[in-house]
Design a protein around this ligand. Structure first.
Ligand SMILES: N[C@@H](CCC(=O)N[C@@H](CS)C(=O)NCC(=O)O)C(=O)O
Length: 312
């Protein structure tokens, strides 16, 4: 039985990124289906407040954000690599897709003609809660209008199509890499919004590339309930497996210090605990939950703000 436990829901694009990476690396996993809106009591028992999807659990180690989850999976299964030496800019293109292509895609796919194909299967109470949940998660960030999002998405698709038409078969040449998975999960969302997926037909090299990427599949998974996943954490010793070995000096924080970590874009609910790992790439918070026990919650350093917790 695999110790990789993915907390996700089917229509989540960022979860699709991880599912495809698991397929690419042929890593079996356990699948915990979580609610697409708050409240998510079992997710929050593990993360301490982080509410985005997906989260990857390995025992009592909880990995937040797909940029970090991808690096963890690379450490677990180095071949085939997501980060080939021949494509040093691939992680930057992945970051662009995750932060700039993604909102344009959501705007296009969730327009009135596309939304039912994506959200139609949700229970009525979730569907009703969805707009207010996402508005609360966005906070003060403005939502892209359809005209703004469309013009951006078409420009992005044009550039991607030109790149793939000249080179290919993958974004950085002969093999898929992290950039393919980040761009891929975004365009998968357009593909899912069937009535408006015709947009992709205007970009034939992108369409063919997406079909190739999606044929990667998701590897084998086994279902697990979220309460059982919390019990897995409670039963596991809180061992850092792939975390930075220590709190590196000169990065502004001390080992054991009380801190909060929060995303700097949306869904920025802070996670509080003591600092047990810090590098230029990753921050690890140790916290104790009444049900999950002592867990280590891991975040990428980029896209997250660490704050010293104020004394009570
Ligand atoms: N930077 C994050 C973004 C994750 C994200 O925005 N996920 C969306 C779903 S695809 C989300 O959390 N939506 C709200 C929710 O699931 O509650 C990552 O790479 O994991």
């Amino acid at each position: 039985m695999s110790d990789l436990i993915l907390h996700h829901y089917p229509m989540s694009p960022f979860a699709e990124k991880v599912r495809l990476i698991l397929g690419f690396k042929q890593l079996p996993w356990r699948s915990v289906l979580i609610p697409p809106v708050m409240p998510k009591p079992d997710v929050v028992a593990l993360t301490g407040g982080y509410r985005k999807t997906p989260v990857l659990q390995v025992g009592a180690d909880i990995y937040c954000d797909t940029a970090l989850i991808a690096r963890l999976l690379e450490a677990r299964q180095p071949a085939p690599s997501l980060y080939p030496a021949s494509a040093p800019l691939a992680p930057l293109l992945a970051q662009w897709a995750d932060t700039l292509l993604f909102p344009a895609v959501v705007c296009w796919a969730l327009q009135p003609a596309g939304a039912p194909a994506i959200l139609g299967g949700l229970p009525p109470e979730v569907l009703q809660a969805f707009p207010a949940d996402r508005a609360a998660m966005r906070g003060n960030l403005p939502r892209l209008s359809l005209p703004d999002g469309t013009v951006q998405l078409k420009a992005h698709l044009g550039a991607l199509n030109a790149q793939l038409a000249q080179g290919g078969p993958w974004l950085f040449g002969a093999e898929p890499c992290i950039a393919d998975f980040s761009v891929g999960h975004c365009l998968w969302f357009v593909h899912l919004a069937q009535p408006v997926a015709y947009l992709l037909d205007g970009y034939p090299a992108v369409r063919a590339w997406l079909d190739r990427l999606l044929s990667t599949g998701h590897a084998a998974s086994e279902a697990l309930s979220s309460t059982d996943a919390v019990a897995v954490a409670a039963a596991a010793a809180a061992v850092k497996r792939y975390a930075p070995a220590a709190v590196a000096a000169d990065l502004g924080f001390e080992p054991g210090q009380a801190i909060t970590v929060a995303a700097t874009d949306y869904g920025s609910d802070p996670v509080a605990g003591s600092l047990v790992g810090l590098s230029a790439d990753e921050v690890v918070v140790r916290r104790t939950d009444p049900r999950a026990g002592t867990v280590h919650v891991h975040f990428p350093r980029f896209g997250f703000q660490i704050k010293k917790a104020l004394a009570a």
